[in-house]
Design a protein around this ligand. Structure first.
Ligand SMILES: [Zn+2]
Length: 410
């Protein structure tokens, strides 16, 4: 049996057993959280031998996940594993952070979404759901498509019409039914919700408590990879803002168990073209007001009605962090810098975190930060031309040494 004790609604204090799984609380319509016996988790973590647990991150973190039968993990696993924490050698100096590390949250489908969808697929099998679905700006839909394929479940994904073709081809290659709607994320989410009223599908996005509880394993990994301590701050790209809130719950558990001494400051970065959470944070508000999106070179993070924005604001406020937004040009510049100075290819939705950290430091918004982790949540191949715009490919040169030396100015 897992160390989970049930699904808990923090708004009205209702707890239900996992066997009665619902996406949201029937009493008050708030999202459920998976709650755990922290004493059991602490004992398991302190006594485990991580050797042999590297096959899947679900297996590696089974003690902190609601997994009753670890032997079923192979039915959904497609190679999701602990993600690297890479130390910066160049941008750390430019940004002014002594110890800057990049958490490369790029799973088998090249984004952070695989942490959440792998567990959703496993729980869909356990609970007897016949289809996985999601409303997504792209990366989550591709991830759901892949894990549904592995689990032998159909996938129906609702995406906005301007989703990047590279992501759509991923969904198609995994065999998903792709519904490309004439509308934004708000419309896609509403449609997905209406479909759930008519069909016994599991939504592997939005309020799904399994997605959030699985994403919090990133926080545990950061602490483990940092020698058992939490960094001074962790920076997250924020669209729907689930990743930042999930990490907050993970760090909070570790603090309660005495596994870390203090919470890291949690910092959320949004694209200026669509930043409803930053706007609410700056105004001191708790509730998010949906915004009209402005044009952007990114399709990801462009969530004008983020489901977890309210909780992410709480995470920032309670840890002494903040939210800020950066314009497209600064993100494009950071994509090129990450590539040319750190050897990392990130899509706009990942590079935005580093661009935001640079802006935050330049504006002296926070001080005393020596150890910072920046999460890069999507591989550059998800939007390969984003930072290059209409720039043409290099000219074709004759395969002749003199010509090539002249071309290279040697
Ligand atoms: Zn409730």
């Amino acid at each position: 049996m897992s160390n989970a004790t049930g699904l808990y609604c923090a708004t009205c204090d209702t707890t239900i057993p996992e066997s009665e799984f619902q996406m949201k609380c029937r009493q008050c319509d708030s999202p459920f959280e998976v709650r755990y016996d922290l004493e059991k988790i602490k004992t398991a973590l302190l006594n485990r031998n991580p050797a042999g647990l590297t096959e899947s991150s679900l297996l590696m973190w089974k003690d902190i996940l609601p997994i009753d039968n670890p032997e079923h993990i192979h039915r959904v696993s497609i190679g999701e594993s602990q993600t690297p924490l890479v130390r910066s050698t160049s941008l750390c100096k430019e940004i002014g952070i002594e110890d800057l590390r990049f958490k490369l949250e790029m799973g088998p489908t090249l984004s952070l979404k695989d942490r959440g969808t792998s567990l959703c697929a496993l729980k869909a099998l356990e609970l007897g759901y016949d289809t996985l679905c999601v409303a997504s700006s792209g990366n989550n839909a591709a991830s759901v498509a892949a894990y549904a394929a592995k689990a032998g479940l159909p996938a129906v994904v609702f995406i906005q019409k301007d989703t990047a073709p590279a992501k759509i081809y991923k969904m198609l290659s995994y065999g998903a039914r792709v519904v490309r709607i004439d509308g934004d994320m708000r419309a896609a989410g509403k449609l997905c919700g209406e479909m759930l009223e008519r069909h016994r599908w599991m939504q592997a996005g939005g309020p799904n408590p399994y997605r959030i509880t699985a994403k919090r394993t990133a926080a545990y990994e950061i602490v483990q990879q940092s020698g058992g301590t939490a960094p001074d701050a962790v920076v997250f790209p924020c669209g729907g803002s689930a990743g930042m809130f999930a990490a907050y719950t993970g760090f909070l558990e570790m603090l309660e168990m005495g596994l870390i001494d203090a919470m890291p400051r949690l910092i959320g970065i949004q694209l200026a073209a669509c930043d409803p959470v930053t706007q609410a944070f700056d105004k001191g508000l708790d509730e998010i007001t949906p915004v009209e999106k402005k044009p952007s070179f990114s399709d990801a993070l462009m969530n004008n009605n983020p489901y977890w924005g309210k909780q992410a604001i709480r995470a920032a406020r309670e840890t002494g962090g903040l939210f800020l937004s950066v314009p497209d040009e600064e993100v494009a510049d950071m994509i090129r810098k990450l590539g040319s100075t750190e050897g990392l290819f990130a899509e706009p939705a990942g590079a935005v975190a580093v661009a935001g950290l640079k802006k935050m430091m330049a504006e002296n918004r926070l001080s005393g930060l020596q150890r910072v982790v920046c999460t890069l949540t999507g591989h550059g191949l998800n939007a390969p031309t984003a930072a290059f715009g209409s720039q043409s490919l290099p000219e074709v040169v004759s395969p002749d040494v003199d010509t090539v030396e002249a071309y290279l100015n040697l």
